[in-house]
Ligand binder design. Structure first.
Ligand SMILES: [Zn+2]
Length: 59
């Protein structure tokens, strides 16, 4: 079971995280380590987008 606040979940990659919608840089503003899998809440740095999503480390 994944405890995810946001509707969209993406898996960590080795590459720099970018917004899945607009491709802009994102900012990690919350890291959740209590969950079985480490999760990071990211927010798109584009003011026009501002999309928030959760990255989950499945390893
Ligand atoms: Zn965006």
């Amino acid at each position: 079971m994944k405890m995810v606040k946001y509707s969209e979940v993406f898996t960590f990659t080795d590459q720099l995280t970018t917004c899945p919608y607009c491709g802009a840089r994102t900012e990690m503003f919350l890291e959740i380590s209590e969950s079985p899998n480490q999760a990071q809440i990211h927010k798109c740095l584009s003011v026009k987008c501002g999309f928030e999503f959760t990255e989950v480390n499945d390893n």
